[in-house]
Design a protein around this ligand. Structure first.
Ligand code: GUN
Length: 295
């Protein structure tokens, strides 16, 4: 089958342009420019890259951004103090705490300390709960980015069988919740498979849409995919590669060369879900700045 790429890089670039124009309008009208703050703890390579990209994208769109850094030995107490400070800072429209956090800090405690009205990551239980029942909320960036990608490529979803591989709180679970929602994209029959699933391969073979978020390089192989399927690859594992300057390359969860020829649409890694995730955080920041979801 002649497959088409779900080009996240191009789609995100287009969305960036749209948002930059809107911010220019806000400025011209004397309005407040959206302000995103990011807290980064420690020096994890992946987290450093993600946060640097978020700050850079803010600048390109015309948002204000603040980066707040801590060493890995910061106490939970100190981090909570900063969260409360940002909650109460009227200039900050939204903020994120980059995950993962060091072991001695409770991620859940930090997430629940964030004012849900500034929780542009959509990780707070109030946002997760509102999403689950279809109320306006901040939807976490990776699932929101995938929905936007499906929408902009006019992928048919109604009545389709969507298999989600992975059950994390930040991708698998919200993705399944959204794909079952009575909406477009959505209205699917959803199956969630994970490391304990016994019939994962059979489920995948029956899927019209497969969203893979396991973090296992090249997990999804050609024999697991039906002819004409739509495949979305959320994997971004760093694997050592001596031929690269950085010493690594990003590997998706899909064995692309095998799977792509069977697909109608497939998202590449890199250039698929990654850019859509960052741009969706920017969309949430714009919504926060406009008080479009919560007053
Ligand atoms: N770590 C991996 N993905 C994310 C994300 O979307 N937001 C934050 N804050 N941390 C992450």
């Amino acid at each position: 089958m002649e497959y088409k790429l779900l080009d996240g890089k191009a789609t995100a670039a287009q969305m960036k342009q749209e948002m930059a124009e809107e911010v220019a309008q806000i400025k011209a009208n004397g309005g407040k420019v959206p302000h995103l703050a990011a807290i980064l703890v420690g020096h994890d390579g992946g987290s450093e890259t993600y946060v640097a990209n978020k700050v850079k994208t803010c600048e390109e769109i015309g948002f204000k951004s603040s980066l707040i850094r801590y060493e890995a030995d910061v106490t939970e107490e100190e981090l909570l103090r900063k969260v409360h400070e940002l909650n109460n800072d009227p200039d900050v429209d939204g903020f994120i705490v980059q995950l993962p956090l060091p072991k001695h800090i409770s991620e859940q405690k930090i997430i629940e300390a964030i004012d849900y009205r500034k929780d542009v990551d959509g990780f707070h239980p109030i946002n997760v709960g509102r999403m689950a029942i279809g109320l306006p909320c901040f939807v976490s960036a990776t699932p929101a980015g995938i929905l936007e990608l499906l929408k902009r490529y006019n992928i048919e979803t109604q009545g389709k069988h969507c298999v989600v591989l992975g059950r994390s709180n930040i991708v698998g679970k919200p993705m399944a919740t959204l794909m079952v929602q009575k909406a477009y994209p959505g209205d699917c029959t959803v199956t969630v498979c994970h490391s304990r699933s016994k019939n994962l391969k059979e489920m995948c073979r029956q899927a019209d849409i497969i969203i893979v978020a396991l973090g296992v390089p090249e997990f999804l192989t050609g024999d697991m995919v039906k002819e004409g399927a739509v495949v979305v690859d959320v994997g971004t594992t760093r694997v050592p590669d001596a031929t690269r300057k950085s010493g690594f390359r990003l590997s998706g969860d899909v064995k692309f060369d095998e799977v792509a020829p069977k697909c109608s649409y497939i998202s590449p890694v890199p250039g698929g879900v990654g850019p859509m995730t960052i741009i969706s955080l920017m969309r949430n920041t714009l919504l926060a700045g406009k008080k479009a979801i919560y007053k």
